[in-house]
Design a binder for this molecule. Structure first.
Ligand code: GDP
Ligand code: IMO
Ligand code: MG
Length: 457
């Protein structure tokens, strides 16, 4: 059994998005949870391969098909389209236990997972000790700084795994799952070092710590390896072969541009290049091959975890948006912080990720608000900031300057055409386009596939 395709996803889709040819990327332009999963699911039936290039199980992509909701963390959202091949590229950090859990869960829902799932032999593996380290680091920092320094990670071991990748001698890759003797030797060496580090960290956090046993870790990992073995391949070779054969690729971003380790609100970011800049190192496909980037943007702003958020609201409007938009994390269940749409941050992110079009998501959530605000500049120490600042302290202390525009009362959840949207929604969209310099090519008015308004049909 495979999920039904709803009426919106026909061949008009790619033409309307301006993506009738070439390879494309779907990338979040805020702090995550913009609705990337929904858009990838819509597009996947029109493309041949869906490729994750970064992040790991810190991502949570919810996809609604009819009455069913799927929560995907590692497996690309193309898995719900029966003909798409889904690839976890070399830039992804893979928790084998989580991946196997996801495979089993999806199969139980009737989703076919076989030759349609490929895993790069060059991707790095997340182990339980990475997750323990992740949580202890955040706790140790918070304790040392009186609670103010915590990044508020998802606790999925992402930072420690990427750190070990950079350290090299502490890392284990997917390809190592196929070599039992090599894996045993690596785990014995690495687990001993990890136990030393984790014991010290746990002590600093006043937490109990039971050392990991290398042989137990090995035996558990080998069981998972048997399930993953048929999916492991040289993914860069697979992708280049597919491109040469005329297949079309869609690169699925996890996390989002303002969480990019180099260009995001550092240090309150994740540990990979989650802007579209990461596509190339994370898959082995060179830059010029990806001609279209669809920037996914929520009609307002949300953020989970610590870090600056200039337009954050802590009032009844925030409560209303959080409840109507169901703004609770897919991965950790944490309430998302909510604010007005920040056009300064959006323009910066659209430039970095090279957005050729914008999909404006969760527009329905704004309906009923008497007025809407758009942040169009920042004030800091009496000066207007023209660009998005690098310094998290500046971002935390600046004052957003807003333009206020009238809201729309109408319920837009069943709108099918762009012209059906209320005038005030049109004006809001036009202001975004004008400021950012990128066209809004899609407006999403609900989580379902058929709650999607295409601009150019
Ligand atoms: P992702 O991480 O970018 O894939 O986004 P998430 O799945 O974490 O969060 C987006 C949430 O919004 C999901 O629960 C979606 O089902 C939901 N969603 C997507 N588009 C819309 C929309 O247009 N309107 C509403 N109300 N919900 C939406
Ligand atoms: P998707 O793909 C929202 C945030 C975490 C934390 C910071 C670092 O669903 O949009 P990490 O565990 O990555 O070290 O946490 O980044 N974060 C996300 N927030 N959506 C995501 O992914 C996120 N991935 C990471 O909340 O603040
Ligand atoms: Mg998410």
């Amino acid at each position: 059994m495979t999920p039904q395709t709803d009426p919106c996803c026909d061949s008009d889709l790619m033409r309307s998005l301006g993506m009738a040819t070439g390879h494309c990327a779907v990338v979040g332009l805020q702090w995550g949870d913009e609705g990337k999963g929904k858009v990838v699911d819509l597009m996947a039936s029109q493309l041949d391969l869906v490729v994750r290039y970064n992040g790991g199980a810190n991502a949570g992509h919810s996809v609604q098909v009819g009455d069913k909701r799927y929560a995907l963390h590692l497996i690309p959202s193309g898995i719900l389209s029966p003909d798409a091949i889904n690839v976890l590229g070399n830039g992804v950090v893979i928790d084998p236990a989580q991946l196997v859990k996801e495979i089993i869960g999806l199969r139980a829902e009737g989703i076919t997972i076989g030759d349609n799932l490929k895993i790069s032999d060059r991707a790095h593996l997340v182990f339980e000790y990475h997750k323990v380290q992740d949580v202890l680091y955040d706790q140790a920092l918070a304790k040392a700084m009186g609670g103010t320094a915590a990044i508020g990670t998802t606790g999925r071991g992402i930072g420690p795994c990427y750190a070990d990748k950079a350290l090299r001698s502490m890392a284990i890759r997917v390809g190592d799952l196929l070599d039992e003797a090599g894996l045993r030797a690596k785990l014995q060496r690495i687990v001993a070092v990890k136990n030393t580090v984790l014991a010290a960290l746990a002590k600093q956090c006043d937490q109990p710590f039971t050392p990991f046993d290398a042989d137990t870790v090995l035996q558990e990992t080998l069981k998972l390896a048997e399930i993953l073995r048929p999916h492991i391949c040289d993914s860069a070779h697979l992708l280049h072969t597919a491109i040469d054969a005329g297949k079309r690729l869609l690169f699925e971003g996890a996390n989002a541009t303002l969480l990019d380790i180099d260009h995001g609100t550092y240090p309150f970011v994740t540990s990979s290049n989650c802007s579209s800049l990461g596509v190339h190192t994370g898959t082995g496909i060179p830059g010029h091959k990806v001609t279209n980037v669809l920037g996914i943007v929520k009609a307002y702003q949300t953020r989970v975890g610590g870090g600056p958020m200039p337009t954050e609201l802590n009032d009844a409007t925030a409560e209303r948006i959080r409840e109507v938009g169901k703004e609770y994390g897919t991965t950790t269940g944490r309430p998302r912080r909510v604010g007005w749409l920040d056009l300064v941050a959006l323009k910066y992110a659209a430039q970095l990720s090279g957005a050729t079009g914008i999909a404006l998501m969760l527009m329905d959530v704004l309906s009923g608000l008497p007025e809407l605000k758009l942040c169009t500049s920042y004030q800091h120490n009496g000066k207007t900031l023209a660009n998005f600042p690098a310094d998290a302290n500046v971002l935390d202390t600046l004052t957003p300057v807003y333009e206020t525009v009238p809201g729309f009362e109408e319920n837009i959840e069943e709108c099918k055409r762009f012209d059906d949207l209320p005038d005030n929604a049109h004006a809001y969209i036009q202001r975004i386009e004008q400021f950012v310099g990128t066209h809004v090519v899609m407006v999403s008015v609900g989580p379902r596939r058929d709650q999607t308004v295409l601009r150019n049909v």
